[in-house]
Write a protein that binds this ligand. Sequence first.
Ligand SMILES: [Zn+2]
Length: 325
Amino acid sequence: MERGRRSNGMLPLLALHAVSEYCRLGWKPPVTAGLLAANTLIYLRQPAFVDSMLPTLHEVLFNPHLILKHRDLKRFLLSAFYHIDESHLVYNMMSLLWKGIQLETSMGSVEFASMVAALLGMSQGITLVLAKSLLFFDYGRAYYQEYAVGFSGVLFAMKVVLNSQSDNYTYIHGLTIPSRYAAWAELVLIQMFVPRVSFLGHLGGILAGILYLRLKALYSGRDPLTTIVSGFSNVLNWPLRVVRNLCGFRQRQISGRRTIGGRHMNTPSIWTCRACTFDNSGWLSVCEMCGTSRDDGLSSVGSSNQSHDLSLEELRLRRVERFGR
Ligand SMILES: [Zn+2]
């Protein structure tokens, strides 16, 4: 599509944010960084050779009708890595940054990479099946003809996985809900803020996350996908290992499986904004998206609690102000 996109200054901000976040970390999760870079470069269509290789946005838009008609794998998989505009990209990448750091640090890069691949395939697949099944109902035709792109399906799936072991509670609009169900709250809320987003795509993501956890519980050992990714990364890492051994470097030991949401991690834990459900870094005390304070009214009980709750309209305005839509 168009080269040399106009930036409204959010992309440099995202880059700065991601770099400063990475500098703070003892161990830098490489797969998360790779995903952030890939999504951003695909959006920018840079460097030049990337532009000539990449299909245009219109060739990859996720559309159930076209995917099934032409058995179009390109639309099926690549649509997740394309974004409509800068705010769309930045919102998703901020979300990917926190979730990726948490998940990759806790499960290791190989397992994380295979999980992302699985979640991608499952969320797109489930969305497709949902769209097709809704054809039985009259109103489903709209979903079947819908066009969508973006990484948010995978992000919804990640949110489900991330919160699955959490015993914490999330406070959203005065409601206390177990964090395990935070993704469902986000599904509804984001639909109210931004009606144009793909409801089916997000729902597909949540169901993919649940399916992934179920399948994982069935497998006691390594799943086949992890074994494949592990084999690949061994091959790719081989030259690096030779150099390391020659130079006498010892590979930094990643200390096993830290528990997600545990207190002993050197990564910041995520907290979910109770006003707009955005997942924020533990380093931040104010929500990135709407500016609500992290501890706002949590400790106090009573009427003062309510006054901190933003109305939906107020939230929508703040989001529009921030993201221009
Ligand atoms: Zn917020």
